[in-house]
Design a protein around this ligand. Structure first.
Ligand SMILES: C[S@@+](CC[C@H](N)C(=O)[O-])C[C@H]1O[C@@H](n2cnc3c(N)ncnc32)[C@H](O)[C@@H]1O
Length: 289
């Protein structure tokens, strides 16, 4: 349905300002869920990435270096998550002027007053929800598209919502251009422009939900759309000072639902862009209570 929803004619102009796109040839070896990039050495990984994925050796090397830092920092927990990180070309999702910083330990401006989250946060939040192949995952806050691109290496069932319409369109056009180049894994991403506070009723329930904007409470519709025993990760707290919570919706044998919360950073404050609100067609204020 909303797969490849935004084939907007104007999107090409927007993407032109965006990225490197040297490797315009088709991806030599299409993605499969049993694809395992080599992790023995930087040299081996770069050689593999050039021959199998047709990617730029400079970015492959930087990706491998950042991967090493994420592993040392315990932001990547399982092999599947490690491989997904290594398979996701972050350089395709940053603005052209930030290409030199694509693999920095930092969030970066993506226009429209919002950011692409830093790789360590993306790695830890994704590890927390531990997505398995076939699971249905909802992301609130598509932004650059990097998070959902990463998720698409873990399951073929990714739904993502972005509130800023031109950003949602721009990101959809990036996915579509990458699909044209042979990144068939991005066909697993269904996107729409909407206010994510209300989730995605028609696609619910979800095994996992990942929220990438900060709010002072857990949106009841998201909790409701999470399957029993499902897991959500969400930054909760006052503006600019959230704690990133893992929320597990437990269902006992008698059907009773309880919610368990834990802090994935042991209490450390992390700052996220606000969880804004759509009134009609206009973004107005936030969903904070
Ligand atoms: C940290 S940024 C983007 C992170 C993103 N996951 C990525 O990989 O680039 C958070 C995003 O949430 C979006 N957002 C904020 N409030 C929202 C809402 N109510 N519904 C959907 N998206 C929202 C922002 O516009 C922004 O693009």
């Amino acid at each position: 349905m909303q797969r490849r929803q935004f084939l907007a004619g104007s999107a090409g102009l927007l993407t032109a300002a965006l990225a490197p796109r040297f490797a315009l040839a088709n991806v030599p070896t299409p993605f499969t869920f049993d694809m395992v990039p080599p992790t023995g050495s930087r040299e081996e990984f770069v050689k593999w990435g050039v021959s199998q994925r047709g990617e730029d050796p400079k970015f492959l090397g930087e990706r491998f270096d950042r991967y090493g830092a994420l592993v040392r920092n315990e932001d990547l927990w399982e092999d599947r998550n490690k491989h997904a990180f290594l398979l996701t070309p972050r350089e395709e999702f940053v603005l052209k002027q930030n290409l030199g910083r694509a693999y920095d330990h930092a969030f970066l401006d993506i226009g429209y007053g919002v950011t692409i989250s830093g790789p360590h946060i993306v790695g830890r939040m994704t590890s927390t929800i531990d997505v398995k192949k076939g699971e249905k995952v909802l992301e609130i806050g598509t932004g650059s598209g990097y998070q959902s691109a990463y998720l698409s290496h873990l399951t073929y069932n990714v739904y993502t919502i972005e509130i800023i319409k031109p950003l949602a369109e721009r990101t959809r056009s990036i996915y579509d251009a990458l699909i044209e180049r042979g990144y068939n894994e991005f066909k697993g991403i269904t996107s729409k422009n909407a206010d994510g506070y209300y989730g995605w009723e028609e696609a619910a329930p979800f095994d996992k939900i990942i929220v990438t904007c900060g709010i002072d409470h857990i949106p009841p519709p998201l909790l409701q759309q999470l399957k029993p025993n499902g897991v959500m990760v969400i930054p909760v707290g006052p503006p600019g000072a959230q704690r990133v919570l893992k929320v597990v919706k437990n269902q006992a044998e008698d059907g009773t639902i309880t919610v368990a919360r834990s802090d994935i950073y042991g209490g450390r404050i992390v700052s996220f862009v606000p969880f804004t609100k759509l009134e009609g067609d206009v973004i107005k204020g936030t969903h904070n209570e």
